[in-house]
Design a protein around this ligand. Structure first.
Ligand code: ADP
Ligand code: MG
Length: 287
């Protein structure tokens, strides 16, 4: 039988935006020493808008750059894809067909458009491929992706997302509870640092590939931290499973919700605070 205090706290949790899938994880929430948040779609809204398009000197202008990119992004579910497709629509562009589409995990997308090999990729991809980052992209404090044709950069697209209004409060309250707040992201270091500074986080990992997210959680666990991971994406699922307490954003992907112990049904990062407060209160009543 479920003890009365636990049953009561469960219905309280429901009222506070928490869906508890794993009771043990809920009871262990009182032990959490650090909360690691995914950036895109968790601390931020995950809705990108294109804020600038810069041409390299290969003769392609904004329209062609967006057109090539949108052809690929039509087949992607990444929030960056939505932003680029919205821009194509605003410009009234037709979106060409793509063949041999492939996602390059945590780095971008590629395919054949109009008979040409096209890619839309991250700064990390360029580094690995030994392609120089254009000067105009070096100090960009936004999310940047590069459009490549035959492995040459034809343009740079900068996109901006917004920090969720509730993230500020969430971080402040968690810190007041004595909990460290970190961020984990596949996005570039400059934007990660900017979000880190703005939210006054305790630390961050940037340019982390999907398979490395889990390793970062292990790294913290090996430093004697009791880790909660909060995320929304397909990429976050292994890290959610590895964490001592896995927390999914309700509006995120099914796989994140399936993997997590607890779901934030209102998609509000602030509810992580309620989770810890309830976890602590429930435990006190049981002893
Ligand atoms: P996160 O979810 O933390 O943003 P991802 O691993 O999904 O991280 O993506 C990391 C980076 O890979 C993105 O910031 C972007 O540079 C690049 N990327 C991933 N998917 C796409 C896509 N569909 N189009 C363009 N770039 C992409
Ligand atoms: Mg995300």
């Amino acid at each position: 039988a479920i003890p009365l205090v636990v049953a009561m706290s469960t219905s309280l949790s429901a009222k506070n935006g928490l869906l508890i899938k794993n009771r043990t994880a809920f009871e262990n929430a009182r032990n959490i020493s650090i909360v690691v948040f995914d950036k895109t779609g968790t601390l931020t809204e995950g809705k990108f808008g294109v804020s600038s398009v810069k041409s390299s000197d290969t003769g392609y202008g904004e329209k062609e750059i967006i057109q090539f990119a949108s052809a690929l992004e039509k087949s992607s579910e990444h929030p960056i894809a939505r932003g680029i497709l919205d821009r194509a629509q605003e410009l009234g562009l037709s979106v060409p067909d793509v063949s041999d589409f492939e996602a390059i995990k945590g780095k971008g997308v590629k395919g054949i458009v109009d008979g040409k090999k096209v890619k839309v990729v991250s700064p990390g991809y360029l580094k690995e491929a030994g392609i120089d980052i254009p000067d105009h992209a070096k100090d960009e404090q936004l999310t940047v992706v590069f459009v490549l044709k035959d492995e040459k950069i034809i343009g740079t697209i900068s996109l901006s997302d917004r920090i969720r209004e509730d993230s500020y409060d969430a971080i402040q309250k968690l810190k007041e509870l004595g909990i460290k707040c970190w961020m984990l992201t596949g996005d570039n270091n400059q934007i990660a640092k900017k979000v880190h500074d703005e939210l006054n986080l305790d630390g961050y990992f940037a340019e982390v590939l999907p398979h490395e997210k889990l390793e970062k959680i292990k790294e913290l666990q090996s430093q004697n931290e009791y880790v909660a991971m909060t995320g929304d994406g397909v990429n976050d699922a292994p890290a959610l499973a590895q964490a001592d307490v896995g927390i999914a954003i309700g509006s995120g992907t099914d796989i994140a919700a399936e993997t997590a112990d607890i779901i934030l049904v209102e998609s509000n990062p602030k509810d992580v605070t309620s989770l810890i407060i309830f976890g602590r209160a429930t435990y006190k009543k049981m002893i």
